[in-house]
Ligand binder design. Structure first.
Ligand code: V47
Ligand code: SF4
Length: 356
C-alpha cells in the first residue's frame, strides 16, 4: 500500500494519469488527508485559487415520470397527490423572476411525461428565450433526449438540432447514476442503460454542445462500480472533450425505495470528490453540489480538489423531496462568503465558465 501511495504521489506531481487499480486503492484507504492533499495540489495546478459559482435558477417542469427510479423521491404517478406539470406561462414567470434576480442560467429538467408532445419542450425553450435572450438554457439529461427521440420519431441528432434551434445551450449531467448495468438494474431498471447514456452524450458533444457528468453515489454501488463509472467518463472525455464538469451527487435516502441504502457520510463524500479530481485528469472542473452535500461539507470540499460550488438554485426539488437538509436556495453573497471563508477566490461564471 505504501509503495502504491508513493506511486500515486509521484504521478500527481508529474501530472500523469492514475490507474483504475490506484483509484480503487485510494477508495479503500482511510487516509483522507493524503488523498485530499494530492487532490488539492492537482486542482491548484489546473485552477489556482479560483472557485466558480453561478447565479442560476432550477425549473423542474414536471414530476410525472414513466421511469420511477428507486432512488428518486421526486417523481410521481398520474393520480398521486402532489403530481404537477408547469404551464408555459408558469415557466415564463419563473424565467422572469430569475432574470430580475440577475440569473445567467436556467437549469431545467423533469420527469419523462407520458403525454406531452415533443413540441412542448421546444416551446418551453422558446418561451424562456423570449423572456430573456441572454439566459443560457442548460436543459434535459441524456435520458430525456433519448425519450424525446422515441416521442418524436427523430434521431438523437435530429432531437438535439431541433432543441438547439429552439434555444438549448448545454446539457446538465443527470441520468448517469452508476453507469455499470448491474447496479442500474437494481436502482433504476427502467432507465436507459449506462451504455446508451454514453452514446447519447457522445452525440450531444458531436453536435457541438457541452455537457456535465454526474455520479450518484452512496446507495448499493461498490468502490469498483465507482471506479468503472469514472473510467467510462474519462474514456468518453478523451474522445470528445465535451464535458465541462464532474458532479458526484450524494444519495439522499428519504422517501426512496433502495433497500438498505442509508446515504453518505462526510468522509466518503470528501474522499469521492478528491478521487474524482485525481482520476479525471481530463476534466477541468469538479463541482461540490451543496444541495446534496450540505453547506459545511461543500465548503470543506474546497480543500479536497473542488473548484466549483454550482449556483443559487432558488427552487430545488429533487434532493429536498429525498430529505436533503441544505437550504433550497442560496444568495450570491452567501456563496461568496462561503468561498472567501475557505481562503479561496470566488469567481462568478456563466454556464460555459466565462468569468463575469
Ligand atoms: O440524475 C435523484 C439525482 C440527478 C436523488 O449538471 C438524486 O450542473 C441524490 O443531475 N439523492 C439530477 N440525488 C440532478 C443533476 C444535477 C444537479 C445539479 C447540477 C447539475 C449540473 C446536475 O439527481 C438525477 C439523479 O442522479 N437524484 N434522486 C436522491 N434521492
Ligand atoms: Fe424519472 Fe429522473 Fe426520477 Fe428517474 S430520476 S424517476 S427518470 S425523474
Amino acid at each position: 500500500m505504501l509503495k502504491l501511495f508513493a506511486t500515486v504521489k509521484e504521478k500527481v506531481a508529474a501530472d500523469t494519469r492514475i490507474s483504475d487499480a490506484e483509484a480503487l486503492a485510494l477508495f479503500e484507504s482511510s487516509d483522507l488527508l493524503f488523498i485530499g492533499g494530492l487532490a488539492a495540489e492537482a486542482n491548484r495546478r489546473k485552477n489556482g485559487d479560483k472557485v466558480y459559482f453561478n447565479v442560476n435558477r432550477h425549473i423542474n417542469y414536471t414530476n410525472l415520470c414513466v421511469n420511477r427510479c428507486k432512488f428518486c423521491a421526486f417523481s410521481k404517478e398520474v393520480d398521486e397527490p402532489g403530481v404537477y406539470t408547469l404551464a408555459l406561462e408558469q415557466i415564463a414567470d419563473k424565467a422572469r423572476e430569475a432574470t430580475a434576480a440577475g440569473a445567467t442560467e436556467i437549469h431545467t429538467v423533469g420527469g419523462l411525461h407520458p403525454d406531452l408532445p415533443f413540441d412542448f419542450y421546444l416551446q418551453m425553450l422558446r418561451t424562456i428565450k423570449e423572456v430573456s435572450p441572454q439566459l443560457h438554457i442548460k436543459a434535459f439529461t441524456a435520458v430525456e433526449i433519448d425519450y424525446f427521440a422515441q416521442l418524436s420519431g427523430l434521431s438523437i441528432t435530429g432531437v438535439i438540432d431541433a432543441l438547439k434551434s429552439a434555444g438549448l445551450g448545454s446539457l446538465p449531467g443527470g441520468g448517469a447514476e452508476i453507469l455499470g448495468q448491474q447496479v442500474r438494474d437494481l436502482i433504476c431498471p427502467e432507465k436507459i442503460s449506462g451504455q446508451r447514456w454514453l452514446e447519447v452524450t457522445e452525440k450531444v458533444h458531436a453536435a457541438g454542445l457541452r455537457s456535465n457528468a454526474t455520479m450518484l453515489f452512496g446507495h448499493l454501488e461498490s468502490y469498483a462500480d465507482r471506479v468503472e463509472h469514472l473510467r467510462l467518463l474519462r474514456e468518453l472525455q478523451d474522445r470528445t472533450g465535451g464535458f465541462q464538469t464532474f458532479i458526484p451527487l450524494a444519495f439522499q435516502p428519504d422517501n426512496t425505495r433502495v433497500p438498505g441504502a442509508k446515504g453518505v457520510v462526510g468522509v466518503d463524500a470528501l474522499k469521492t470528490l478528491a478521487i474524482s479530481r485525481l482520476y479525471l485528469d481530463n476534466f477541468q472542473h469538479i463541482k461540490a453540489y451543496w444541495v446534496m452535500l450540505g453547506l459545511k461539507i461543500a465548503q470543506t470540499a474546497l480543500c479536497f480538489g473542488v473548484n466549483d460550488l454550482d449556483g443559487t438554485v432558488v427552487e430545488e426539488k429533487i434532493g429536498h423531496d429525498a430529505g436533503a437538509d441544505s437550504p433550497q436556495a442560496m444568495g450570491k453573497e452567501q456563496i461568496i462568503d462561503l468561498i472567501r471563508k475557505a481562503g479561496r477566490v470566488p469567481v462568478e461564471r456563466d454556464t460555459l465558465y466565462n468569468e463575469i
